[in-house]
Design a protein around this ligand. Sequence first.
Ligand SMILES: C[S@@+](CC[C@H](N)C(=O)[O-])C[C@H]1O[C@@H](n2cnc3c(N)ncnc32)[C@H](O)[C@@H]1O
Length: 289
Amino acid sequence: MLKKIKEFIKLKLGIVSLNQRLDYLAALNNVTATEVLSIDKVILKKAIGKLEQDVGKRAIDVKVPIHKNDLMFAFHLYHHSNDPVSALLTYFQIGYKTAQNLKKIVKKHQLKHQTLLDFGSGYGRVSRFFDSFFAETKVVVTDVKDEAMNFQEKSLNYQTIKHGTNPESFPNTKVDLILCLSVFTHLPQKTFVPWLLKLANSLNPSGGLVLTYKEENSKESVFRYYQQSEDEMFSFVSDSLKLEDYGETHVSRKFFEDVFKGQPYSLHFLDNQLAGVQKALLVVNNKLS
Ligand SMILES: C[S@@+](CC[C@H](N)C(=O)[O-])C[C@H]1O[C@@H](n2cnc3c(N)ncnc32)[C@H](O)[C@@H]1O
């Protein structure tokens, strides 16, 4: 206790590193913020205006509530720390363009899409734009973070599935289309393949699973897991994930090919057709029933 008080006094006096002071401020900000962030209206209007300009569309239907634990938003803020309009704009751009690109992939590959599962949807960076591209589709969002699911039910109006880090905790369900943006880029070896197979198995015939991954450039089957993540950086946030469950994952194409070898699925490597910097893979279920 005495040690903690000493540390606190040191912190107050500023006798700690700049990083510690910044962490302290970020933590203070997070624990005292309202659950849904109250974003400056002028900044919000500017960001939405720029988004509309960028995508060449007027009056985009943006669901604007953003949760204080949304580490995707924190990540954009971190990269544009002196420019909140750009932080919001890039956050919205990734969501909007991913939903738009998913629709293009669906059309090109003639995928069924009466039902859509946004797996590892988090605090809704992408799902907030589904109304613009999947208005006729029944959407369900999932995540291991219960708070994220409560937020998406309450503020974005989605049906949710709350589950654990292992596929055994996930219900047996059948859907046409599954999106996993920036989820398989983080899973460790113990859950990566089990989740991949579980999701592929959840597809209706002619349904597709579209996921992003970080590519290891090798002809061999390669899987690498690094003990680093945004959740680790923001470990003061109440629902941040542990490194044993969530880090940074790189795999080669051959790794995916080996997983599905001899099974009735076709793989389509889509490079950056879904989301800018990450590579995308489409897995189509060729089973007849
Ligand atoms: C980088 S975020 C991406 C969130 C969202 N897809 C997006 O692009 O904004 C990764 C998400 O995957 C979720 N996640 C982590 N491990 C998971 C698991 N085993 N199953 C499902 N979701 C998981 C995290 O809670 C987090 O919300």
